[in-house]
Structures are given as C-alpha cells and as structure tokens.
Design a protein around this ligand. Structure first.
Ligand code: PMP
Length: 284
C-alpha cells in the first residue's frame, strides 16, 4: 500500500510517526472514514465538514483545505488502484517533542495520516441479506461522543464482548436507552416509523445517518428522532444500523431475541437501496 503522511506518499513500511506524537501518547487526534464505490468518494463533503467540527471542538487548526483533502483522497485511490473500499484519515495534534498534558505551543504542526482499505464488493455484502445479531453493552465512553476522536478502546472492548457472546456487534446503552452501536448509529422501525436517537453530545453525528434520514423524509417515510430502550427495539418490526462502511445494515436479533420476524425487513432494505443509489449519484 501507498499511504499518506504529512504531504508525502510513501510505501507503508517507510511511513513513520514520532513516538512523541500526541495521537499515539494521548489519543489526541480525530479521524474520518470515507467509503469508495467505483473509485468515487461517498458523502465526501459531509465527512470533511464533520472533520472540521471535530478539530474545532478540540481547538486544533485544520491543516488542510477541503480541496487538498479531496486531492489526497483521489491520489490514494489512484495510487492503490481502489475500486471499492475505505479511506481512513487521521489528524493528530502532532509532536511537541516531549510528553506533557498541556497542549503544545502554537505552531506545532499537526500530523496527517491517510491510508486505503480495499474492500471489493463493499456494497454487495451478503450480511445485508441476512442481517446482524447484536447484544447490548453498557455505554462507558466519555461525554463528547460527537467529537470523532481516536479514543476507540471502549468500542473495541464492546465489540470483543459481542464476539465472545457469539454475535456480530453491540449496541451501547446508557440510563436504559440505546445511544448507538460501537461504530454505527442505531435505529428501529415501528408501524412504518423510523426511530433513531436525537443528536446531542451522547452520539456521533453520523454522516450516513444524516443522508439516510434526508432520503427517508424525501420518500415520505416517517422519522422520529428520540431515544429508545432495548425492550422497545426487541418489540420493533425492524432494526438496523448505518455507517460509512456498512451503509444501511439490518439487525435481526438483539440480546438473543429476534426482531420482528427475525429476517431482513422492507424498510431497512429500501433505505439501503435508496442510500446506495443516491450517494453513488453525488459521489465525487
Ligand atoms: N457512531 C459511531 C460511534 C461511529 O464510530 C460511527 C462510524 N465512524 C458512526 C456512528 C457512523 O458514522 P458515519 O455514518 O459518519 O460513518
């Protein structure tokens, strides 16, 4: 693979970052993941807007313009021959030359790293036909989940717990309601209505979430943004998740109980089709 580090395109085994980089020492970094279908970037503008918001929330200066990011994404697609896959982008507060809790003085250059993950057939995942099984796990993350930081240890632990319990993923719960999935937003469908938690500091403001809710409303589907419990999800007609890497993916089992008839439902299927069709149209 050819990867991007601070303006350079390098073979992955020659790409290095300092041991004093705050991304490494303190998870002082934010990231984005953009999907690529047919060599084009999905929801690119949305991801760059959220990146700017994450950086702003942490008082980091955005080191590159949206056009520069676009160029780097395209170069990586080209240099790695990516048809379908993901592009990972991380911006850290950089290397102050030592370890210190205080932010480094102004002028410390951020570190920008980007790499590709080739996923042939990303949009044709067979899981979309069968659905995911999930378990609920208490949400023990920090209080600013709307900032897309690389502090991913707890979601990683939750995912491992899901695997240990023989299922695909976990939904995180706090004060009795579902916040979101380990790396996706969570939804249920009841009586034709799509229900998903409202935006706040409690969840990541998913770029796929925003697009899917817009398409749903345009298709005259009913949307309600509010929190819901695991018990309500188990009694729902359908459940699903959204993310840049999975698009729309049905959930057919929650904590050992099947959702609806236990198969993939029409709303999730339709939203997946609409999302893929529309986001391919606006891909850059
Ligand atoms: N929530 C969390 C915690 C996530 O990690 C992600 C994916 N990065 C999402 C939601 C979905 O966001 P998006 O649709 O922008 O990929």
């Amino acid at each position: 693979r050819t990867v991007y580090v601070n303006g350079e395109y390098l073979p992955e085994d020659q790409a290095t970052v300092s041991v004093f980089d705050r991304g490494f020492l303190m998870a002082d970094a934010v990231y984005e993941v953009v999907s690529v279908l047919d060599g084009k970037l999905l929801d690119f503008a949305g991801h760059m807007t959220r990146l700017a918001r994450s950086l702003d929330a942490l008082a980091m200066t955005n080191p590159m313009s949206a056009d520069e990011y676009l160029d780097a994404h395209r170069q990586l697609i080209e240099r790695n021959g990516i048809t379908d896959g993901l592009i990972y982008l991380q911006v850290t507060r950089g290397n102050p030359g030592d370890r210190d809790f205080a932010y480094p003085p102004e002028g410390t250059a951020p570190t920008v790293v980007m790499f590709t993950q080739s996923k042939p057939g990303l949009a044709d995942s067979p899981v979309a036909q069968t659905g995911l099984k999930i378990v609920s796990v208490e949400d023990l993350r920090w209080g600013r989940r709307d900032i897309k930081t690389v502090q991913l240890l707890y979601p990683s632990m939750a995912k491992m717990e899901a695997k240990a319990r023989g299922v695909d993923d976990a939904w995180l719960t706090e004060d009795g309601t579902v916040t979101e999935g380990t790396s996706n937003n969570a939804y249920i469908v009841k009586g034709g209505k799509i229900i998903t938690r409202e935006l706040s500091h409690d969840i990541l403001h998913g770029i796929t979430r925003a697009a899917v809710l817009r398409f749903a409303r345009e298709a005259q589907m009913q949307v309600e943004e509010r929190s819901f419990t695991i018990a309500e999800a188990q009694e729902a007609d359908e459940a699903f998740i959204t993310s840049a890497s999975s698009f729309v993916m049905p959930v057919v089992e929650i904590d050992g109980k099947q959702v609806g008839k236990g198969d993939v439902g029409p709303v999730a299927t339709r939203l997946r089709e609409i999302y893929l069709e529309e986001s391919r149209k606006s891909a850059v």
